[in-house]
Design a protein around this ligand. Sequence first.
Ligand code: AMP
Length: 593
Amino acid sequence: MPFATIRKTAPAGAPPARLPDYAAACRDFDWQRARAQLDGLPGGALNIAHEAVDRHVAAGRGGKLALRWIGKDERVRDISYAELAALTGRFANVLAGLGVQRGERVFSLLGRVPALYVAALGTLKAGAVFSPLFSAFGPEPVQARMGIGEGRVLVTTEAFYRRKVAPIRDRLPRLAHVLLVGGANLDAVGAGGLPADCLDFDAAMQAASPRFPTAATAPEEMALLHFTSGTTGKPKGAIHVHEAVLAHHVTGQYALDLGPEDIFWCTADPGWVTGTSYGIIAPLTNGASMIVDEAEFDAERWYRILERERVSVWYTAPTAIRMLMKIGAGIVRGFDLSRLRFMASVGEPLNPEAVAWSADAFGKPFHDNWWQTETGGIMIANYATMDIKPGSMGRPLPGIEAGIVARGVDGRIAEITAPMAMGELALRPGWPSMFRGYLNEPERYAKCFADGWYLTGDLAMRDGDGYYWFVGRADDVIKSAGHLIGPFEVESALMEHKAVAEVGVIGKPDPTAGEAVKAFVVLKAGHEPSEAMRKELLGHARQRLGPAIAPREIDFRANLPKTRSGKIMRRLLKARELGLPEGDLSTLESDER
Ligand code: AMP
């Protein structure tokens, strides 16, 4: 192994870690007992919003800072727990006033603005289901997700509405109310193209009462709907229930070493699961103060925020870390980051070089951890008190049983116990934040489970010390800048262009983003490949899909490799693009390049 293990010894005077003894915790941990850390509601009910906000107010901690929002222009807005309780109460009343029922879906399409956090927790308070969309999505991804989720309410801005929702509004028959944040020009309703069901978010909030009796949701009631992508078909809506809050709470403590005295900064956008589980819920249930930065990545700004806000726990992603590395360690040393106690990373493989770099630049390493939309919370992690093997994702959380599995000759899934044998990473079902379904797709859900395991779709290895090592995806799904992208969604958008006959989309290694989306296009007769055509297709994809999903590169081909059943072999496109062995070609049908 080229990178030496980083040994952990607690610095003198450091507060005790929240997971002082990993082995003992694994032995003794019990989800049922951990439940005592939560309040719950009368009659066995459980509501995430109560655990995150109101219970702190009830316990006399309402004056504490819950959220410090930093605007793009570095304007600051502080929201205490008591204020957050009032704002979320108002939003719950707004929803009740609109007739939104328990279990109905409220979507957001917002940047990282205070209204997003209020809408998320207010929706849960009302007993409705919150589904956040990433603001860099274009109209097609918005339509696909809101269509599947049958969104009743959308919270967005006027600009996003006009650009991303108006073009597909007639394909969203279930959408009944749109709340526009930040001063909508509602005088233009009708005349300016805004439909009459667009309401001013701020005015509605003003008019609503801050008091709302939190819905007494059952622990198994749906709370969150997070979309994720597969290799084929439409995006999948992963259902999470209120019980998930137990995992958010506990994993926040164990994997992020998070507690009430911390100032916590999760840089993920709530449009993705990390930004909700750890950018909203876990820090608040643990009574911490969290930082929300509206702006996009900027190394200097980030270091400034870490210093000025005295951030103690920082959760970010490999793409950002690689960008910081590019700029160099010199800049880090110009800031006083002595408050920073724990740094963690998630979402894509964290290169061992990045761990070693951070240990040098910050005087402390990034702690990689692993999970996915379906798991709802961190499953495998490097802990504050555990030695780090750079390049490893760490070991399973107490309460989580993981394994490396493969299908045996008898067709059954079985564990492979030999150290460093490659197989599929699997988990024993039953942890609180496990997804409870893909909305309206029971068969797709059932396929994720076999012989007592949840199959993650990731390939990995486990070493003799129980550390897990990520190998790659078992499927064609692309990970770019930490965002999971379904090639099918990109292919479908390109197919809508009149010149396109066929498309195959792959993830191509990229030194910063991990992978970049690349499309191979076959044009219809009468259309010729040219630079102008490439630009037109790139523009078309960007406009339909938004910059988060659109391909960065397009190549033209006369034909694409296909299986005998007519499926485009993305694996082969990728191998050829990268000059790798082409592997098993027994199912290859047509192959004119
Ligand atoms: P998502 O559902 O969008 O959160 O993406 C989950 C996927 O991201 C996982 O199935 C992995 O393929 C990848 N992933 C997440 N964390 C890590 C990690 N620490 N190392 C490698 N891959 C990761």
